[in-house]
Design a protein around this ligand. Structure first.
Ligand SMILES: Cc1cc2nc3c(=O)[nH]c(=O)nc-3n(C[C@H](O)[C@H](O)[C@H](O)COP(=O)(O)OP(=O)(O)OC[C@H]3O[C@@H](n4cnc5c(N)ncnc54)[C@H](O)[C@@H]3O)c2cc1C
Length: 484
């Protein structure tokens, strides 16, 4: 996102420092952009004037408690570091937005999700406590389960200084999709903590986070399996999903009790073009495949043999090229598979830079029943366009990223039109415009299309309750021109 600029940069070391900066900014009406590790893909941390508060020095893991399986962290802790620290205690932090260099605060602010959300849900599911510094420097301490919206959809919160804030939760109907970060969260009744998760730096600065952890799975069985026929791949995914959902219902959410059925923790998709792309970094990727699925199954010593057999039978049933596929149970090879998955978005970003054009990437999820039709619609339109593209992502959650890679200005214009048609189609099919990356500045006009004037105004009313002068995260979600 070009053109970002700021007048001042603050790198505070304490929450009190942040409160002081915000207090001053609020008095002067100066916009403040919160910056995490800046791995976000929608320009949320890019400032257009005003001040920037970077959280890189609030980077302490304050506590990992094995007994309660919780972690207390500052927002600037890097995700990879938290994952490592949890693992040394025999614990596991499942949210995995592919890019491990992001900050925990950034993942909470965007309600990040990723491959493992198929089984474990998004970051929201793991946040049990938050401390938030509001736009005027006042502080909110929130615990999951403490404060809910009332029958009129109003949340009432007391700040540390004793101020009472009442906020009306927006009334839009949430799309029936597995993942959605398009606009403020608005379940009924709404736990107040959920307002701030996914609020993209527009309601306050998150300065402390308490997270739920889970026991570290004993073992993993992972595979990258290749298919010659796309129809076989889709049928395989359907059966994996059905088996995994059935396993979760049978009182065994982890799916690893002895004799239990399979339950994938991640199910990721690569189309044929994505495989060609990734072959530049992983030349061992087989040629002439219609696509691949990357999966992971948690195992124990008692279950692993049964589970290997169950997966093998399913792969055979659906015509996977088992001989040329890759399977592992070791940490080292699992890391290689993760690197394979991560290499794709990175390679895409590198190509975009080389082309000197902007990436145009979708992040839409649609209801399960509309997913095959939506994928077909996208592939047909992209094939007909002659523009380079790859499709990959979280097929288990009916959420793929179609990345258009224009080489010229003319292709860039057509790519934007195609993107617009995908947005319209997704909304028409009951889907959302952003399933995990957030709206930021790049996608605000599409949020407007999805919400319409009325619901965007309801979101603005909510924001005004916490940030009456509209100084925080200006441009995020609402767009730069929206007058709060
Ligand atoms: C290669 C690659 C792959 C990715 N894959 C995924 C994926 O699969 N799933 C996914 O969800 N994301 C993915 N992302 C996006 C990204 O990693 C996430 O959005 C990440 O959660 C943002 O964290 P950050 O620390 O970089 O935040 P930033 O980018 O710095 O900020 C993101 C937003 O959060 C706000 N913010 C940051 N910290 C705070 C805070 N403490 N308080 C209040 N507001 C704050 C910022 O103002 C901004 O609006 C990917 C990114 C890359 C580069």
């Amino acid at each position: 996102m070009p053109g970002g600029h700021a007048e001042r940069l603050f790198v505070p070391e304490t929450a009190e420092d942040i409160a002081a900066v915000l207090h001053e900014a609020s008095d002067a009406g100066i916009p403040v952009t919160v910056s995490g590790a800046r791995t976000g893909t929608v320009g949320g941390a890019v400032p257009f004037g005003g001040w920037v508060v970077s959280l890189e020095r609030l980077n302490k893991i304050k506590r990992i408690d094995k007994a309660t399986m919780t972690a207390l962290v500052e927002p600037g802790v890097i995700l990879a570091e938290l994952m490592r620290a949890a693992e040394t205690e025999g614990l596991f932090y499942p949210p995995d937005p592919t890019e491990w260099s992001c900050q925990i605060g950034g993942t909470v602010a965007t309600n990040a999700s990723g491959a493992r959300s198929f089984k474990y849900g998004a970051t929201r599911e793991f946040v049990i406590g938050l401390t938030v510094v509001l736009a005027d420097g006042d502080v909110l301490r929130l615990r999951r389960g403490d404060v809910f919206s009332n029958g009129d959809g109003v949340v009432t919160l007391a700040t540390e200084s004793g101020r009472i804030i009442t906020a009306k939760v927006p009334t839009y109907k949430r799309p029936n999709v597995r993942k959605n970060v398009s606009g403020y969260f608005n379940e009924t009744p709404l736990d107040a903590i959920d307002l701030f998760i996914g609020s993209e730096g527009t309601l306050g600065v998150i300065t402390e986070i308490e997270l739920r952890l889970v026991p570290k799975p004993e073992g993993f069985f992972s595979g990258v399996v290749f298919f010659e026929k796309h129809g076989d791949l889709l049928a395989f995914v359907d059966e994996v999903k059905a088996a995994s959902f059935a396993g979760r219902k049978s009182n065994d959410p982890v799916g690893t009790a002895p004799g239990s059925d399979m339950s994938a923790s991640l199910v990721e998709y690569f189309d044929d073009r994505a495989l060609s792309f990734i072959r530049e970094k992983f030349p061992e990727t087989p040629e002439r495949m219609a696509g691949a699925v990357y999966f992971e199954q948690e195992t124990t010593a008692e279950t692993e043999d049964d589970l290997f057999e169950a997966w093998n039978a399913m792969l055979e049933r659906h015509g996977a090229d088992i001989d040329r596929s890759w399977f592992t149970t070791t940490d080292a090879d699992r890391e290689k598979m993760r690197a394979f998955r991560h290499a794709l978005p990175v390679a895409v970003n590198e190509r975009v830079v080389r082309n000197r054009q902007k990436k145009i990437g979708t992040d839409m999820a649609v209801p399960d029943e509309n997913f095959p039709g939506f994928l077909k619609y996208q592939k047909e339109m992209l094939d007909a366009s002659g523009i380079d593209y790859v499709i990959f992502g979280h097929i288990g959650d009916c959420h793929l990223h179609a990345n258009l890679l224009p080489k010229t200005d003319e292709e860039a214009t057509r790519s934007r039109h195609i993107y617009g048609r995908f947005v319209a189609q997704s909304i028409m099919l009951g889907g959302c415009v952003s399933a995990e990356h957030g709206i930021g500045k790049l996608k605000s006009k599409y949020l407007y299309v999805m919400m319409g004037e009325r619901y965007l105004n309801e979101m603005a009313e909510l924001k005004r309750a916490f940030d009456p002068k509209g100084i925080l995260g200006r441009g995020n979600m609402f767009g730069m021109d929206y007058r709060l």
